[in-house]
Ligand binder design. Structure first.
Ligand code: NDP
Ligand code: GO6
Length: 313
């Protein structure tokens, strides 16, 4: 069977560029949008050109140009959106709805993957303000997809490793703590951490798999289901140093939202749900519309978190 042609929208972004690489590596004809808005962003342009040199095709279109977008979408079988999670002005929502309009009009797309790649928004109906806007917007796109009968797959990728792992889940830094580490509650709530290249590999595995059609695919590589304490222990073993643990009670953590900027408030809400409530792991995957990626695709050799942290030593 011929592999599907894949368009990655947001293909130069943090997760998008890895999805492009995975798509090329898995042998798909791979397409990126070259948006005129890039202007003088020379790094973005050079990334686009380097993907072209690796065999990707560049399609010139703006997300504001409906006809150009329809023409681009008509050239492919699958559209993966990896547009940014710039939640705050409903900007992302607006742009993804435009993309969806083009997909509807083109009529040829066999699979659409909207930009999700995190917690399952369908399970976050109770989420705290202001962070809940992330989930509300992702649900709004889901509704438009389902109302338009667009074949789709939703990827629930859990925690991007680089944001959560080397820093031992500390906020406002990406680097390992040197002496002390703040622990959320008792530190025993399980979260799930996934190497970004593995997220991309699983995502591309899904795009022409009938088993993933109209489903939510959760990324739960077994050995990467870890509590904060377990993650800390792995780093202590790697580094040969013991860190001082400072527990933060949940009410104190939530109270730290006060008086900070919006991005931090959003972050605190998300961390609360992940590390106190356990929203990534407090449910089983058994519904008809759900599958687990590492069971569907055991051939993906996923990265364990001690290996991931090696380069931070
Ligand atoms: P980025 O911030 O890297 O942006 C991705 C792309 O979005 C950009 O490369 C660009 O596309 C496009 N974009 C951004 N602004 C505009 C604009 N104004 N107009 C048009 N296009 C724009 O995204 P991330 O990779 O960080 O996020 C992707 C998804 O992953 C989001 O849904 C986010 O919520 C989720 N996420 C999950 C995390 C987790 O731990 N689970 C962590 C971080 C994000 P182009 O390439 O065309 O220039
Ligand atoms: C990642 C972050 C890290 C916030 C998700 C503030 C959507 C999701 C796991 O953009 O707010 O320091 O699911 O100080 O569905 C950000 C967000 C994490 C990164 C969470 C995310 C995760 C978005 C910070 C910080 C390291």
């Amino acid at each position: 069977m011929e592999k599907s042609r894949v368009l990655v929208v947001g293909g130069t972004g943090y997760i998008g560029r890895r999805i492009v690489k995975a798509s090329l590596a898995q042998g798909h004809k791979t397409y990126l949008l070259m948006r005129p808005e890039i202007g003088l962003d020379i790094d973005k342009l050079q990334m686009l050109l380097s993907f072209k040199a690796q065999g990707a095709r560049l399609l010139e279109a703006s997300l504001d140009d409906h006809r150009g977008l329809v023409a681009a979408v008509k050239q492919v079988d699958v559209v993966v959106s990896a547009m940014s999670g710039v939640h705050f002005r409903s900007h992302n929502l607006h742009l993804q709805l435009k993309l969806l309009e083009a997909i509807k009009e083109a009529g040829n797309v066999k699979r659409f993957l909207p930009s999700e790649f995190g917690m399952d928004p369908a399970r976050m109906g109770h989420a705290l303000e202001p962070g809940r806007i992330t989930f509300d917007e992702k649900m709004e796109i889901r509704r438009a997809i389902e109302e338009g009968n667009i074949p789709h797959t939703y990827i629930s990728a859990n925690c991007f490793a680089a944001y959560f792992v080397p820093n031992l889940c500390q906020m406002r830094t990406l680097l390992p703590p040197k002496e002390k580490v703040h622990v959320y509650g008792d530190g025993n709530v399980k979260a799930i951490f996934v190497d970004e290249d593995d997220i991309a590999a699983y995502t591309i595995k899904c795009v022409d798999d009938p088993l993933a059609l109209n489903k939510t695919i959760y990324l739960r590589p077994q050995e990467n289901i870890l509590s904060q304490n377990e993650l800390i222990a792995k780093w202590e073993k790697l580094s040969g140093k013991v860190l001082k643990k400072i527990p933060i009670p949940s009410d104190e953590f939530l109270a730290s939202m006060k008086g900070t900027d919006l991005a931090n408030q959003v972050g605190i809400g998300h961390y609360y749900h992940i590390f106190y409530e356990g929203c990534l792991t407090n449910f089983d995957i058994r519904d008809d519309g759900e599958e687990e990626a590492s069971l569907l695709y055991p051939e993906v050799q996923y990265t364990r978190m001690d290996e991931y942290m090696q380069c931070y030593l």
